[in-house]
Write a new protein. Structure first.
Length: 242
């Protein structure tokens, strides 16, 4: 078994996989609480920890310390030019976020067809995979909460309000809530349309991340939620490197 760790900007998610790729157990913790985190017993039976970290050096040090307590060898994943059927066409492949890379590897090996991979969290990333497994490129957009914070900080007459998704909002709370989600959904739809035009066929749209359900509600076209996409991608990458 291995433990896969996805350290994002706000939270760190982890999952323990057996040798067949079955997710045995999983969990998540706020990055601010990592110094108090006690690895569960399931980690003790693992032969390696596989990490995607986009949260910076302090989190990397904390994760290394956690693994060290259990004498777990570490594999820190970075994007590369190709892996497990996925071709990375980024102008500088190693600059692609390791979480985006792992999600793309997982999506391609799960579906083997052109798809848009959108991960909604602190930021929204929207990435395109061709019918040949090429990562064509993608977008990085402030996530819903970041949009709210920016709007409220820069607008004197607005206060933090609750709202709901409405096609024609009639209150300020609904207008702010709906405006952000429909903006994010519009970015996903734009990438979907561009990929469909390129491929000459309908393409699959895959959503992941903590805000995937809210994004799904805002999309005008069909999409599906794929849980633990990054964690599964890390398992695949480790298997190739074992």
């Amino acid at each position: 078994m291995i433990v896969t760790i996805d350290a994002g900007n706000t939270r760190t998610k982890w999952g323990v996989f057996d040798d067949t790729g079955h997710l045995v157990t999983k969990g998540a913790i706020d990055n601010t609480q990592l110094d108090q985190f006690k690895p569960p017993e399931s980690w003790a039976g693992c032969r390696r920890a596989v990490i995607s970290n986009v949260a910076g050096a302090p989190v990397a040090e904390q994760l290394a310390s956690l693994a060290g307590r259990l004498a777990l060898p570490l594999l820190t994943v970075k994007a590369s030019g190709a892996a497990i059927g996925v071709i990375n066409t980024y102008s500088q492949p190693e600059q692609l976020g390791s979480d985006r890379w792992a999600a793309l590897v997982s999506a391609w090996n799960r579906y083997r067809e052109p798809c848009v991979v959108a991960t909604a969290g602190t930021a929204l990333t929207v990435d395109a995979l061709s019918s040949r497994g090429e990562f064509l490129g993608g977008l990085i957009i402030p996530g819903w909460r970041m949009m709210q914070t920016s709007l409220l900080a820069g607008t004197a007459e607005l206060a933090e309000l609750t709202g709901e998704l409405k096609p024609f909002p009639k209150s300020t709370g609904d207008a702010i809530y709906s405006g952000a989600w429909l903006a994010l959904a519009g970015a996903v739809e734009q990438v979907r349309q561009s990929l469909q035009d390129r491929e000459g066929r309908a393409v699959r749209c895959i959503l992941s991340g903590g805000d995937a359900k809210q994004l799904l509600a805002a999309l005008p076209s069909p999409a599906e939620i794929a849980d633990n996409l990054v964690l599964h991608g890390l398992w695949l990458i480790e298997r190739e490197n074992a």
